[in-house]
Design a protein around this ligand. Structure first.
Ligand code: NAP
Length: 286
């Protein structure tokens, strides 16, 4: 039997409708959450992400600022802008779109963001808090996936969860959140031996690799839940995921499509984090 398709657009719409209500309620108390998105250079994919973030803000009523800087911007100029945004009471969340041009030190730039406004949760302080389980913000993609799993009614306790990919923004925090939810977690990467064998153990398989259609049907246990984080291009230049969707959906019990799966939830979590930051800033200011 073909898998249930986990519809990220539908879940995202539900969460955004809830957020919109929350933002309206905050408005009644004189609080408007604000997000600043900083883009350096003119990478097409980054521009598209920034546009979608702006649209998301408009949809739920978050005030947004877009700062587009030329590719040749110096680190001092970028840090000066972040300093201003850190001090701006209208801004609750700051997001610097990655990747940055090579001459800029991403680590130094991320660390310059006030951790209370780091709505991507990429700073060392926020990553450390996630590790301990005492966090304010969760990184957007893994937290969006957890929300999708909750909505799909996927039970994680005691289950074999395999994450393919160990990046700081997806793989590692994903594994941490699955562990916090009492999954038994294995992380695979480019040096893993017998990756197909490890993947086949998974009740929940998360692919965050960046290689089109890498996960094939023979790597998936019948009945597994498959989450595809990949945003890749196939041989015809068409958007696809890290999972061979057509073949794997015949084996899995549930699967996220690309597009329309994880992607919409990433931005929705960013909006959620911005609203959380606004609430905290408002409470702290009282
Ligand atoms: P990344 O930083 O390039 O990390 C890729 C990971 O995959 C690395 O840990 C790498 O292992 C592993 N890997 C690469 N080739 C492999 C192989 N042949 N076998 C096993 N593991 C392999 O990528 P990322 O930022 O995590 O992103 C992953 C994918 O998700 C990309 O397609 C990206 O566009 C997409 N993405 C989507 C969203 C969304 O909202 N939908 C958000 C973020 C990212 P090593 O560590 O050993 O090199």
């Amino acid at each position: 039997m073909a898998a249930t398709i986990i519809d990220g657009k539908a879940v995202s719409a539900e969460v955004r409708a809830e957020l919109k209500k929350e933002v309206e309620a905050l408005g009644g108390r004189g609080v408007t959450p604000g997000l600043a998105v900083v883009l350096v250079g003119d990478d097409d994919a980054s521009r598209r992400y920034v546009r979608n973030k702006k649209k998301g803000c408009e949809e739920v009523g978050i005030y947004s600022q877009e700062h587009t800087l030329p590719a040749g911007t110096s680190e001092e100029e970028l840090l000066a802008l972040i300093g201003k945004l850190n001090a701006d009471p209208k801004i609750d969340g700051i997001l610097v779109q990655l990747p940055l041009p090579k001459h800029l030190d991403e680590k130094r730039v991320i660390e310059a963001i006030d951790p209370g406004k780091d709505v991507d949760a990429f700073s060392e302080a926020n990553v450390g808090r996630i590790m301990i389980g005492n966090y304010t913000f969760l990184p957007c993609t893994p937290a969006g996936i957890m929300e999708l799993l909750r909505h799909a009614g996927v039970e994680l306790e005691g289950k074999e969860c395999v994450v393919i990919g160990r990046s700081n923004i997806v793989g590692k925090p994903m594994a941490m959140l699955l562990m916090h939810a009492n999954g038994t977690v294995t992380i695979c990467h480019s040096r893993t031996h017998n990756l197909a064998g490890v993947a086949r153990r998974a009740d929940v398989l998360v692919a965050a690799i960046g290689k089109p259609k890498f996960v094939t049907a023979d790597m998936v246990k019948p009945g597994a839940v498959v989450i595809d984080v990949g945003m890749d291009r196939d041989e015809n230049g068409k958007l696809c995921g890290d999972v061979d969707f057509e073949a794997v959906k015949e084996v899995a019990s549930a699967i996220t499509p690309v597009p329309g799966g994880v992607g919409p939830m990433t931005i929705t979590t960013l909006l959620k984090n911005t609203v959380t930051a606004a609430k905290l800033h408002h409470e702290n200011a009282r």
